[in-house]
Design a protein around this ligand. Sequence first.
Ligand code: ATP
Length: 808
Amino acid sequence: MINAKDWQQEQERLDLVTEQLRSTIAGLEPEVAGLRDQATDIRKRFWEEVTVNTSTHEDFEETFYSIKQQEAILSERERSHKLRMQRWKNMKRLLPSPYFGRFDFQEDGLSLSEQIYIGVSSFVGEDGLSFLVYDWRTPIASLYYDYSPGEAAYETPGGQIAGTMKLKRQYQIRDGQLRNVFDTSITIGDELLQQVLGKGADAQMKSIVATIQKEQNAIIRNDKSRMLIVQGAAGSGKTSAALQRVAYLLYKHRDRLRADQIVLFSPNPMFNSYVSTVLPELGEENMQQTTFQEYLAYWLGSAFRLEDPFEQIEYVLTAGSTQDYEARLSGIQYKASEAYLLALQSYASWLGKEGMLFRAIRFRDRELITAEQMKSQFYGYDSNVRLANRVILLREWLLQELTSLERKEREALWVQDELDYLDNEQYAEAYGELLKKVQREDAVFDFTSEYVEAYGDFRGKEQGEENVFDFAGQEEELLRRMIVKESFKPLRKDVKRFEFIDTIGLYDQLFDEDATFRQMPNESEVPERWSEICKQTKEKLGKLELFYEDATPFLYLKELIEGIRTNTEVRHLFVDEGQDYSPFQYAFLKRLFPRARMTVLGDFGQAIFPQATNLHEADSPLIRLYGEDETNLIRLVRSYRSTREIVEFTRSLLPGEHIVPFDRGGRKPYLSKVGSGEERTARIIKDLAALEAEGFDSIAIITKTAAESREAYEALTSQGCEGLRLITKETITFEKGAAVMPAYLAKGVEFDAVLIYDASSQAYNRESERKLFYTACTRAMHRLLLYATGEWTPYIRALDTTLFEVEQ
Ligand SMILES: Nc1ncnc2c1ncn2[C@@H]1O[C@H](COP(=O)(O)OP(=O)(O)OP(=O)(O)O)[C@@H](O)[C@H]1O
């Protein structure tokens, strides 16, 4: 705390800033409102002022330019409106708490030091010159996060600026009143951080700008590497740092980076809702958020029933005793690997020579173009042309073939039949429609070759020398064209969508045990239990279903053949829970977003999926992805989420991990042995009530699987436990209160208290499930309670008994 005189001075300054903020806001208000009116007004009159007339070419052009002009005026006004609006919003946001930190900095060579106050946005005083508040993202503000009083330096676009930090303070301000002021010296922000971390969990993640730690600041401001990897312990602030980094990037590159050019891949839809308020709180728009599964479903969902990663993990956790289990696991690991990616590449180059599979183009139960014809056409192309380019050539050829087949088809009997079905009225109507269509197409100068041909013929005849127009004949001719054209439309559409390639067959062929795959150069990479893997994969494909581990490779093969889909708009890609993606998926993401920088945040200690990627070891495929020179690796070892007691307990579950607890004390994890399932239910109900009475309002009962969650939920609700929620993979909103969920859905989020439903050796016995157990326990901020009906899991039995309390 500071002395009374300093406090007085600080409150006076705060009053001054508040006063100026108020008058700036008041000054902006009429302007903002006026601009809003103008923009709405112009919107209303928009269509009155432009002349919509497209009957001649000139009219069309005039209309076009008139619209353009109106558009330009509107967008200029909207831009200036947006800027003022933004400023007004920023000031409003500052008002209740204009800043949270201050330091005094004397630049080398200058005799005076400057007071720098830091807040969520910059504020220049009424004189138009002095910064009363600096945005936390300005270069100078980084001193606040990186240094304690003493020598200090920061980077600017013009080079490094060095000097001395004289003083450093933190503030808690509510509604324009100073609540707390801390002079900080050695450790940055400990007092304030203590207070922040001591609070309860929220349904929404909070911004951490006031207490960003030095190592987190390095992540937020890293703007050099193509790939930034953050390996951080549970609760070390990876997600928090990622979100502040987005805000930082949007600020730093505000002239050229839009929020929709940033994409965050999140572990599940509920997580999206959990983090969705952080950026708006910081005055920025949210980035795009998606899950990998959403991407896969978009491209493959209509062709297959796709397994999702949660179904896959349920299988891994529950099917241990089934016959196919080991093979499936070996398949999952292999299909996640770079070796498999290489195998697919060599498979594609083999397909360049032989083995392509096509699907005949069928029309009215006939094969119009056979697979054989396509094959011979395809392999007739120069073999030096890339596979995907040859496929394009084939597509063009098919479209041409369809055009000539279509012409022939006009004389077919079925066309005559269709014509015969038209009664006079329909006939005239169809013809009228046809003419209208032709004219419409004409008016916008964009008519297909068919119409040009038809219309040209029509006009030629109409205006021909003899001036004889066989109206009936032409009518029929045109209708025939139309009828056939309509029926051929789906065929053309399919060809354009590469439906003529039998991608499923090609993927299936890869699993012909003794055929294609064996001809590939890296045969040595064939995984264990290959023949069983082949059988499983083929069976699944046969049912038009795709294992989760096959979905990305399938899409990749499809792209090797049809050409790669890329998104060149996206500039920054964030992958949270990065350990859960396979090396294969990373290679895929790199191709998909060729112009994006990547930030991957994860914790190998929480790698619960069998296809996990190690983020930080020397041999990590992630480091290889862009190469060491383009990659920066930052480790976070300090854990902020949980109390010291919980961190000491959880880190012992993962021997060898270096994790440092933040110094916040609490109760030790509490172990309750119960005699039966009923006893457990009763015990949990009692504990829930006690926790709620203590003021904890975000409580998770974490189970191992979804089935166990349902069981727990039913047992608890049938015994009168009220207001409990059951979280499933479909849950999209994160709410306060008590909820039951499987561990893999609790990823990334946190709770005041966590109750591990079953920590017995029956539930957690295998070494492969240790990380799942660790992930579940590390969700707890203040309290961790564990239950078991039989003996404790071996992970707990191996612990030092001083790390927990046992119910007596
Ligand atoms: N510098 C900080 N100031 C205040 N709170 C912080 C800070 N860093 C982290 N926290 C808090 O610690 C908790 C954990 O942070 P976060 O969820 O970002 O960690 P994580 O590394 O992504 O965790 P996990 O991998 O376990 O999901 C959050 O409540 C967050 O607000």
